[in-house]
Design a protein around this ligand. Structure first.
Ligand code: SF4
Length: 446
């Protein structure tokens, strides 16, 4: 799955951590939006002050060649059992942080649907017992084609899960193979059929562009095939070559060596020495721009740099995070931001489960960070400017007790004068025409 996310839920990891920030800026750079596309996303309603809940499931069938997320391929049943046991303990410890329940639930990974029917049933049972999400709560699960069956989907639906996010990535079998994905294009179509049949009315597909050897035509076919399946939401991401992954080594200077981790070895991947050309920045920008216009013409409004939806189908969980709301993160490697404190859980499943078995919080020793007011304000701007709606001036004032203009007066005035930023009655937005220079602009607000 993506990237962090890709789609991917924004709460799987610290939005400001190095890799994520790099990915964010790469995506921002890719989006040379020259036209204002209609469909700005949902109106801001009174914010739900309850935290969102992200749950990390750190298992995958195998490791994709581009993936730097913490996820374990082909985990033994004992390890999965230890994880579920730990998660139940952690949920009980953290439920006090959400006495009125949670505003949204996002179960991501990894590949949650790699769990067995019994494992999935236990997972959703733990979360339902501890956090009692109500029927209006958006409850998403990430899934990969090739790991789904009707029984799993029914278990999820019956437990109240009402949104499914499928990691499609591409409808080209050779490209899927070159990424080391476990599925073929036909399994994406089958996954969508199964999900609709099980009653999922809210469906997202993740897609990637900038892939090895991918032409504009191939990308156009992938987007068209995705739209033909009538998803409610689409996330599109540029491929990032993450250091240490087989794909990055394949494209590093000189000849590619052997993979460092046996987790990546799989006979279905391309040989490490095979290097179809990677689309350059201009080609990627062309792919992105084409997708923005194509999707807009078919009713999918861009409400965030990488996210598009039919009206009313924006991902509420991610929107809340981008708007600066608190969220709890459960599971190995998950990050929480709650009342100005960011904490990161231990990554190792064994350590995570071991701490919880002793009644201890499974937090990285150096993983607790008290955010200063300045850091919180900067984050609000950087995340908020990802959104088409921009940053709400009244929400900023309400949360920080100061006017955005009073803090950033001089620099703000400069960018407003030059038209790089746009100020409306209650929002500050990035002018889409200046997305290419967004990095330089936002650095001035840090
Ligand atoms: S399916 Fe697993 S290995 Fe592949 S990208 Fe997603 S998290 Fe990474």
């Amino acid at each position: 799955m993506l990237s962090w996310r890709y789609s991917r839920s924004t709460t799987r990891a610290d939005p400001m951590e190095k890799g994520k920030a790099r990915e964010f800026w790469q995506k921002m750079r890719m989006s040379s939006l020259r036209k204002d596309i209609p469909g700005l996303g949902p109106k801001r309603a009174e914010p739900d002050r309850r935290p969102g809940l992200y749950v990390h499931v750190p298992f995958c069938r195998r490791k994709c060649d581009y993936c730097a997320f913490y996820s374990l391929p082909a985990a033994e049943p004992d390890l999965i059992a230890a994880y579920l046991h730990g998660l139940a303990e952690e949920a009980e410890l953290r439920r006090q942080d959400a006495p009125e329940g949670v505003s949204s639930l996002f179960i991501g990974g990894g590949t949650p649907t790699v769990l067995s029917e019994e494992g999935l049933s236990k997972l959703v049972g733990i979360l339902t017992r501890s956090f009692r999400p109500d029927e209006n709560c958006e409850q998403s699960v990430e899934a990969n084609p090739g790991t789904l069956n009707l029984e799993k989907l029914r278990i999820l639906r019956q437990a109240g899960i009402n949104r499914l996010s499928l990691g499609a990535q591409s409808f080209s079998d050779p490209l899927l193979k070159s990424l080391g994905r476990v599925h073929r294009a036909e399994e994406i179509r089958e996954g969508v059929r199964l999900a609709r049949g099980a009653g999922f009315k809210n469906l997202n597909l993740d897609l990637m562009f900038g892939l090895p050897g991918q032409s504009l035509g191939l990308w156009q076919r992938t987007v068209a095939e995705a739209v033909a399946l009538a998803p409610d939401h689409l996330s599109i991401y540029a491929l990032t070559l993450e250091e240490g992954t087989p794909l990055a080594r394949r494209y590093s200077a000189g000849t590619a060596g052997a993979p460092s981790s046996p987790a990546y070895v799989d006979s279905t991947s391309l040989p490490l020495r095979s290097r179809p050309p990677l689309p350059d920045d201009d080609q990627q920008a062309e792919m992105y721009d084409w997708a923005v216009e194509y999707l807009a013409a078919r009713g999918y409004g861009r409400y965030e740099v990488s996210n598009f939806s039919l009206p009313g189908r924006e991902c509420r969980h991610n929107l809340a995070v981008w708007r600066g709301r608190d969220y709890l993160g459960l599971g190995p490697g998950a990050v929480s931001t709650w009342r100005g404190v960011r904490r990161r859980n231990l990554e190792s499943v064994e350590d995570y489960a071991g701490y919880l078995a002793q009644g201890r919080n499974p937090v990285e020793p150096a993983g607790v960070e008290v955010l200063s007011p300045r850091e919180r304000r900067s984050e609000r701007l950087i995340l908020g400017l990802r959104l088409r709606e921009g940053v709400s001036l009244s929400a900023f004032r309400g949360d920080f007790g100061v006017n955005l203009r009073d803090i950033y007066g001089e620099v703000l005035a400069r960018y407003l004068r030059t038209g790089v930023l746009i100020l409306t009655e209650d929002s500050l937005r990035l002018n889409p025409a200046y997305t290419f220079v967004a990095n330089a602009v936002l650095k001035d607000f840090v």
